[in-house]
Design a binder for this molecule. Structure first.
Ligand code: PDD
Length: 292
């Protein structure tokens, strides 16, 4: 059932399956006008979605948080994703789903009467982080977190994240690490982890960060490998004393951070290089994918 109409990715828009270039939404869509929507990004390995249930749970949570009536039940989302995977070519894909409050005359208040939400889903070929990248690690720069106070909602309003990411790129780094009131929050599109004395440290799961699906996953993997996990407020200065720093996201999986503001992360033989806790977590993550 691999349509791949005109060699383009096949996407889903409001009940239709179309080539990507034919999928169009109105300029009055509230996603376009206000960024009034939510999204999900989920990885697919060998045509199997990874951690599907966690993504579905977060999707429902985001919809509820912004008061969009869920247009589908969990089983229907799962079926839509399955369909999308089968209609596209790659075995490894990442799926992007966006739901907005729909199309209505421009007015900040919700459309009254209610209008159907816009539902858009697409698949892209997933180039997993290469061995070169995993071995080299990534550079990050520190930036103030200037976003709103509901970063726990996976909202399409990403201006703060976009500007942070671009500032990092302008300074030669692929990712930013953000701090609010002197404490670590997260990356522009990733969660950030600190390793100190053999333990993993992560910021509190609250309204100041998006709880990544890999956040819970890393906790599980750490537990399985007897790595203690401390969820707490982490001061900005602590990162300069870290043994290792890691970043996680659907598309970056888990990667070692090797420089922070151009200074090597860690000490001794591992300074500026991926460390042993990263190696353990990385191996465990790969095993999970292989076992799918
Ligand atoms: N972003 N924090 C932010 C701000 C993010 O945008 C993301 C992921 C994460 C990690 O979440 P997860 O482990 O569920 O991917 C944390 C996705 C990949 C994106 O916007 O493309």
């Amino acid at each position: 059932m691999n349509d791949n109409i005109r060699g383009e990715p096949t996407v889903y828009l409001n009940g239709d399956w179309l080539p990507l270039s034919e999928a169009k939404v109105s300029v009055l869509d509230r996603g376009f006008i206000f960024g009034d929507g939510i999204y999900e990004v989920l990885p697919v390995y060998q045509r199997k979605p990874f951690r599907l249930q966690s993504h579905l749970t977060r999707l429902q949570r985001s919809l509820t948080a912004i008061r969009i009536r869920p247009p589908m039940a969990e089983a229907q989302w799962a079926e839509l994703f399955d369909n999308l995977i089968q209609r596209n070519e790659s075995d490894d894909q990442f799926l992007y789903l966006q739901v907005t409050r729909g199309v209505a005359k421009r007015d900040h208040g919700f459309p009254n009467p209610e209008v159907p939400p816009t539902v858009f889903a697409m698949s892209s070929p997933f180039q997993r982080p290469s061995a070169t990248l995993r071995n080299a690690g990534v550079a990050v720069v520190s930036l103030p977190d200037e976003r709103w106070l509901h970063c726990d909602i996976k909202s399409t309003s990403l201006l703060g994240n976009v500007l942070a990411r671009q500032s990092a790129i302008d300074r030669g780094a692929p990712e930013a690490v953000m701090f609010r009131d002197g404490f670590l929050t997260e990356g522009s599109a990733s969660n950030i982890w600190m390793v100190r004395d053999g333990a993993l440290h992560a910021p509190l799961k609250n309204h100041l960060i998006l709880e990544g699906i890999r956040y819970g996953l890393l906790q599980e993997l750490a537990e399985q490998h007897q790595i203690p996990v401390h969820i707490r407020r982490i001061r900005q200065q602590e990162l300069t004393q870290a043994d290792e720093l890691l970043m996680t996201s659907a598309t970056k999986e888990v990667l070692p951070i090797v420089t922070l503001d151009q200074r090597p992360v860690g000490r001794g033989p591992h300074a500026g290089k991926p460390g042993p806790i990263y190696a353990k977590i990385r191996q465990a993550y790969d095993q999970l994918i292989d076992a799918l």
